[in-house]
Design a binder for this molecule. Structure first.
Ligand code: ZN
Ligand code: FE
Length: 255
């Protein structure tokens, strides 16, 4: 049994991802940012949509739900915590829930902060996670609905996934995230090397995602808020990890 993944750009800076099980033909769209882009991706691969896995209610992640469901009859799985805001939702899931997609177990991780009901989907056997707008390459989502402490706890759950987990995120914000990350950790060699790689990829208009937990642990300042060196460089020795996270988030918001 094998899952195939197809990532494609949508809207201005979103990514869509299709997850296809080769045995059953089942195909899930991670969020539904843009109907035309998703239909083109399905057609290009010759896959038929059977599911949408919604990470959170924002328009740029749910806009295609109604039209895609009407056209394909796909089942929409989404966050219980904000189900009323997810168009067409059929099945509500929350933290700790598991469900099956073909023969794969999908684990639901509650990651509130960007929105209060935000969830991520983790497929252990495939070592892949779909994190929506919680974690980005070298960045994280803006904390719109929750608190900094809540968002830090959500990111901490993702930090504890196996390091070799492949991570698909909702947006291509990597280049600006890298520039900001270097202001927090100017001496982080892994970060500087990655920023150079990212610049080279973007110069060729190539995606910088997916990433991995290991790469983010080494280069993402928002995951590194508990690091003694990061705390010291911000003059926050002794502060709680979530407070350091909050300071980094505020600086990025104002950057
Ligand atoms: Zn969002
Ligand atoms: Fe988004």
């Amino acid at each position: 049994m094998t899952l195939e993944f197809h990532q494609f750009p949508a809207r201005s800076d979103n990514y869509g991802v299709l997850v296809h099980d080769t045995e059953t033909g089942m195909t899930a769209s991670i969020d539904a940012p843009e109907v035309a882009a998703i239909k083109a991706a399905l057609a290009a691969k010759g896959w038929q949509l059977t599911h949408i896995f919604t990470t959170h209610h924002h328009q740029d992640h749910t806009e295609g739900n109604a039209a895609l469901k009407a056209e394909t009859g796909c089942e929409i799985i989404g966050p219980r915590g904000e189900a009323a805001k997810v168009p067409g939702i059929d099945r509500q899931v929350g933290g700790g829930d598991t469900f099956r997609f073909a023969n794969f177990e999908v684990r639901v991780i509650e990651t509130p902060g960007h929105t209060l009901g935000h969830i991520a989907y983790f497929i252990p056997e495939a070592k892949v996670a779909f994190v929506g707008d919680t974690l980005f390459a070298m960045g994280c989502g803006r904390v719109f609905e929750g608190t900094h402490e809540m968002m830090w706890n959500s990111l901490s759950k993702l930090r504890r996934l196996p390091p070799d987990t492949t991570v698909y995120a909702g947006h291509e914000y990597t280049q600006s995230n890298a520039r900001f990350a270097i202001t927090i950790e100017p001496d982080n060699a892994a970060l500087k090397a990655r920023a150079a790689e990212v610049d080279a990829l973007r110069a060729k208009r190539q995606p910088t995602l997916p990433t991995s937990i290991a790469i983010e642990l080494a280069t993402n300042p928002f995951l590194r808020a508990g690091d003694a060196g990061v705390k010291a460089s911000l003059g926050m020795d002794g502060a709680a990890d979530w407070q350091v996270f909050g300071e980094i988030r505020k600086r990025k918001d104002n950057a």
